[in-house]
Ligand binder design. Structure first.
Ligand code: TRP
Length: 361
């Protein structure tokens, strides 16, 4: 009992800490955008959805547009932490690239790459693994949750160690800002630990790796159409690239409640409030105002407003996406170019690491 309490409390403290650091970063971006290198990424396990759009993608584009250097990672090796690599992967990666470019990630300003194609990045996993203990890895709550969610009775070696691989993703390019959701905080923490220990052991006079900060999004969390966590595997997510008809169908089937008057009250009425939030985000309106406006229109009125709002908001993004997905040659070229940049950075970092670790012969 007391142990549970202390674990919860330390999680809360580190969340408060991460929030504070995130706020300081925002001020820093405005004052000195060139002082930061952002690294973010996604597993190519399916099309990105509206939760991604409002949770992280808009923020990436915003940082890119502020002039902050942005590295965007296609985390293909992470897909095999809990499943086999599917034959559909090349297509899945193209879909992800189309999502990125359609929402405004600009390959002329941001570097998009796949980590399986960057050997020197992967080689950093060796020294990094030597800097963490088995109990430290075994404590990671996100890894435990992912193992449970995948229905696995035990973790593969890669699932167990992937947070260390993620540290290599971040540190190979000296990323110092990692925009993430709360679930990723343990991984950013292990990255900070690895950077600190590497510096202490191998570069005590001038720290070689930065200790990256998590940048938490202040966007409200969008749930799926069933009121649960939005996720492709639950069939409750509206993909960015979904058609207008599919969007209408998903929203029509969304859960609501029996109260006719529409209000925004996420605690008492999570499902209805989530649809209000969805429409409000798309319309850039305040959710309480929008709910009041729908008022006695009931679930039908709410769904109509939400469907129109989503389809209207996504129309230009979807038009760009359709054109991009037809041009596979271009998508591959974007990835090849970004991967070449990443390879150059990784080779430089690995050479430095080998020198610092006395393994350059
Ligand atoms: N683990 C992240 C996810 O599941 C994806 C990811 C891989 C990542 N490497 C990263 C995110 C490095 C931030 C930084 O969404």
């Amino acid at each position: 009992m007391s142990q549970t309490l202390s674990v919860d409390r330390s999680a809360e403290l580190s969340l408060a800490d991460a929030r504070r650091r995130s706020q300081q970063l925002e001020a820093g971006f405005l004052a000195d955008p060139g002082g930061y290198r952002v690294l973010t990424g996604d597993r190519p396990t399916g099309p990105l959805h509206l939760g991604h759009l409002f949770g992280t993608l808009h923020n990436r584009v915003r940082l890119q547009d502020l002039g902050v250097e942005t590295m965007v990672l296609v985390a293909d090796y992470q897909t095999i932490t809990d499943r086999d690599s599917p034959a559909s992967l090349p297509r899945d990666v193209e879909e992800l690239l189309a999502d990125y470019l359609a929402v405004g990630i600009d390959p002329a300003r941001s570097t998009i790459f796949a980590h399986s194609q960057v050997p020197a990045l992967n080689q950093l996993m060796m020294p990094f693994l030597s800097l963490v203990s088995v109990p430290e890895l075994a404590r990671n709550p996100t890894v435990k949750e992912e193992q449970a969610a995948a229905g696995l009775s035990t973790a593969s070696g890669l699932l167990f160690t992937y947070p260390v691989h993620q540290a290599a993703d971040i540190l190979f390019c000296h990323g110092n800002v990692v925009p993430v959701g709360k679930d990723q905080l343990p991984h950013v923490e292990i990255t900070r630990v690895i950077a600190r220990r590497f510096n202490q052991r191998y570069s005590p006079d001038t720290p070689y790796f930065p200790e990256p900060a998590a940048l938490l999004s202040d966007a409200p969390v969008l749930l799926g159409t069933d009121g649960q966590k939005m996720s492709k595997s639950r069939g409750n997510a509206i993909a960015i690239g979904a058609s207008e008809d599919e969007t209408a169908r998903l929203i029509k089937a969304a859960r609501t409640d029996a109260i006719r008057q529409i209000t925004y009250d996420p605690r008492a009425r999570p499902a209805v409030s989530n649809l209000v939030l969805l429409a409000a985000l798309c319309l850039e309106r305040e959710p309480h105002d929008l709910a009041a406006e729908i008022g006695g229109g009931g679930a039908a009125g709410l769904k109509q407003t939400a469907t129109e709002a989503v389809n209207e908001r996504l129309r230009p993004i979807r038009a760009r996406r359709s054109a991009l997905i037809e041009d596979r040659g271009y998508l591959r070229e974007v990835l090849r170019t970004g991967t070449a940049v990443a390879n150059e950075m990784a080779a430089g970092t690995l050479a430095d690491v080998q020198r610092l670790m006395h393994t350059a012969y």
